[in-house]
Ligand binder design. Sequence first.
Ligand SMILES: *Cc1c(COP(=O)(O)O)cnc(C)c1O
Length: 378
Amino acid sequence: MEHIPFNRPYMTGRELSNIAEAHLRGVLAGDGPMTRRCHEWLEQHTGTRKALLTHSCTAALDMAALLADVQEGDEVIMPSFTFVSTANAFVLRGAVPVFVDIRADTLNIDETLIEAAITPRTRAIVPVHYAGVACEMDTILDIAKRHGLLVIEDAAQGVMARYKGRALGAIGELGAYSFHETKNVISGEGGALLVNRDDLVQRAEILREKGTDRSRFFRGQVDKYTWQDVGSSFLPGEIIAAFLAAQLQEARQITDLRLASWQHYHGLLEPLERAGRLRRPVIPDGCEHNAHMYYVLLAPDVDRAAVLQRLKDAQVNAVFHYVPLHTAPAGQRFGRAVGELPNTVALSQQLVRLPLWIGLTTAQQDHVVSVLAQALRA
Ligand SMILES: *Cc1c(COP(=O)(O)O)cnc(C)c1O
């Protein structure tokens, strides 16, 4: 069997003709026709009030922290089991990430631990929809409402996934998507901020356009544009948007192809779960996931490094993540953990992500699982 990479970016074939169209038109800066096409798609498919393309999910989270008016010393509740950008966006504003533990079933923030982490300084809750499987949003929204907190969804992995019929990212006040090459729908680097509340839209547009009201000027709503607020340049150019527009157009097919591979792994791995050698992902009722990843949790007594080495020797590139933020140097410097976070610490050491990309054959998946089974029998 030849080498099986962990990820291989999928391209629809329409990216280049879209880019050629933008090239021919000669509109290359942001917020041109290609960007509008992406905004319309996102608004239609998520129900958000306003979608705004950004350079990355990281940039969308930076915008969310600015929009939330998070101040020095404020606290923001989030899981420790996440990517660094979830925390960095708020640390950049001088806020303190307050890390709570995750649920053992979905690896999402444990909603039953959130309330105890709230203090007078708490400003926001940041649920991260791990692997495109929704957090328990009804409970989180209820807690936020009772305590007057904002909900900012890190939906980097959640494009095309739903919670009780609602698109991830369009449920809280703000949501952030990623179109990074390693995600489902891609533009190399890329992201979007979903602004789900009317009264935040105008300021979001201003922050994204260097603190100016240029968006209103282009719509003819003001006769000149000026400096209105703080801001930066968060908008991508039209070439990136052209690439993304091609991907969004095929988002359903992309998701269905990934779901088929996910389902194939899920069936193949059932005997190993029954034998107690690993645990498969859990998708709660009401969650429509997007097959962003397939991971397994090895039994606690299994040597993960040895398993990954066995896979590597058999030409299979499997990986793990995350180093829990509360144990990382910057996490210790800037954040605070609520308790010992036992699930975060234990499960992050048991997790293995298997190769999952469009074009991965069932024969390759069979090989991955058979090598994994052999490694676990050893
Ligand atoms: C990928 C990812 C990000 C960062 O996305 P970029 O587009 O690379 O900035 C943030 N949070 C989570 C949970 C992610 O998986």
